[in-house]
Design a protein. Structure first.
Lengths: 225, 204
């Protein structure tokens, strides 16, 4: 090892190492212990029971998917959508070029990675969120984009009140330049009532709709189970 | 349960605290107990080694975001699932680094694909969180060096971090990674060669 290499190594060791905060480390610890416990629980199931439950779940998901696809006009989509009660939205566009028009409500989208030429956009009266394959939340109040939060992946937000688009990554949050008007009470009947299959899941080539229960954001730990 | 490691690495036993009393535990035994489903052992193993895994993965996978938490968690999960493969030829920490190395490589590849796609898809300004404490105090050369390490190809970066920064002996690092000693040495050498311009000195 030459003197230069020793110097490089010495400097490299001075680069401040990463250290998680106590809170962050504790959060991962809880997730780890829970994940291992549930992993072991799942493994203890006899294989034939796992198979039976798998078949039953697949059947239930297929039935729910068919019903929703019919309600939505038979279009395909690349992701799963969860909507709050009273949400007013509609799917538009064509297969491979999905557009979800949202007028009111809080929505969660889980979009599987898109192939070349495909697009998935969430459109409101004053802007749009273009998806690159991700999980994110959109809140719309009176046809105005009120909030965008990205859990995983990347989205591009274009808004009438902004001069340039904003690219949001995981953990980023976007809010409009001026606060939207206070929300109005939702009407007694929504444009589309959300059915209640289990949790939203990504099924390539289909779109599933589930109600969004309070704070139903999927945490990263859940992806690991 | 609060716990602390005596120092980096084994065979020095891990000191854990039970009800205010310090207890020294053989890391391999702790790994075996954790793999058997002992929740206390899982927590103790994590408490003892998570800082090392966080530090290594942050440097090797060049990530500090939420993905890092997932990678750390996955490292321990994979370790517990494959605990029977632990032969004791390396320390538990080095063995964990080997697992983290593989997971970090997968992550780095996915991240590289994502960045390439982003660059192609949109040349747009990226929204960056504001960190007022960043930059003012940091040494510029160290910042440049840290950035250059992050920019290294994954194989070189992880080998360099494992061997030079983490100080895992070359033979042990190569064994943990299933590499020949010469391959590891070449990667470390290539990494140094790429970092040399940052240091701004010529080799005498």
């Amino acid at each position: 090892v030459s003197e230069l290499e020793r110097h490089i190594d010495a400097l490299a060791r001075q680069v401040e190492p990463f250290a998680p905060s106590a809170e962050r480390a504790a959060r991962t610890r809880v997730r780890l212990v829970d994940a291992v416990a549930s992993d072991r629980g799942a493994r203890r199931w006899p294989r034939r029971w796992q198979l039976a439950v798998g078949v039953a779940l697949a059947g239930a998901l297929a039935a729910g998917t068919v019903a929703v696809t019919r309600a939505g006009g038979g279009e395909s989509a690349r992701g799963a959508v969860a909507a709050s009660d009273g949400a007013d939205y509609a799917r538009e566009g064509a297969p491979g070029r999905e557009v979800v028009r949202v007028r009111r409500g809080v929505m969660r989208f889980v979009v599987s990675p898109l192939a070349a030429g495909e697009s998935f956009r969430v459109v409101t009266g004053d802007g749009e969120v273009e998806v690159r394959g991700t999980e994110f939340y959109v809140a719309v109040i009176d046809d105005r984009l009120a909030s965008v939060a990205v859990a995983h992946g990347t989205v591009v937000v274009r808004h009438a009140g902004a001069s340039a688009p904003a690219v949001l990554g995981a953990g980023d949050h976007w809010a409009p330049p001026t606060p939207p008007l206070p929300p109005t009470p939702p009407p007694a009947t929504a444009t589309r009532a959300a059915p209640s299959p289990p949790a939203a899941s990504v099924i390539p080539g289909t779109i599933t709709v589930t109600p969004l229960s309070g704070g139903a954001g999927r945490q990263p730990a859940d992806r690991r189970r | 349960m609060p716990a602390t490691a005596i120092r980096l690495g084994d065979p020095v036993p891990i000191r854990i605290w039970r009800g205010g009393v310090a207890e020294e535990v053989d890391p391999a035994a702790l790994l075996a107990a954790a793999a058997a489903g002992d929740r206390g052992a899982i927590g103790s193993l994590y408490d003892a080694l998570h800082r090392d895994v966080y530090r290594f993965l942050a440097a090797a996978a060049a990530t500090r975001g939420p993905d890092l938490d997932d990678l750390v968690q996955e490292t321990f999960i994979v370790a517990l699932r494959s605990a029977r493969k632990f032969s004791g030829r390396s320390t538990v920490k080095t063995w964990l680094f080997g697992i983290a190395f593989n997971l970090g490589r997968t992550h780095a590849r996915a991240e590289a694909r994502r960045r390439r796609a982003m660059a192609r898809a949109a040349q747009l300004p990226r929204v960056q969180p504001i960190r007022p404490d960043q930059g003012a105090q940091a040494n510029q050369q160290l910042e440049q060096l840290a950035a250059a390490i992050d920019a290294l190809p994954y194989a070189q970066r992880a080998a360099y971090v494992l061997n030079v920064i983490e100080g895992v002996p070359a033979a042990a690092a190569a064994r943990a990674r299933g590499l020949r000693l010469g391959t590891l040495g070449r990667r470390v050498h290539d990494a140094r060669r790429r970092l040399a311009p940052i240091v701004g000195r010529s080799d005498p």
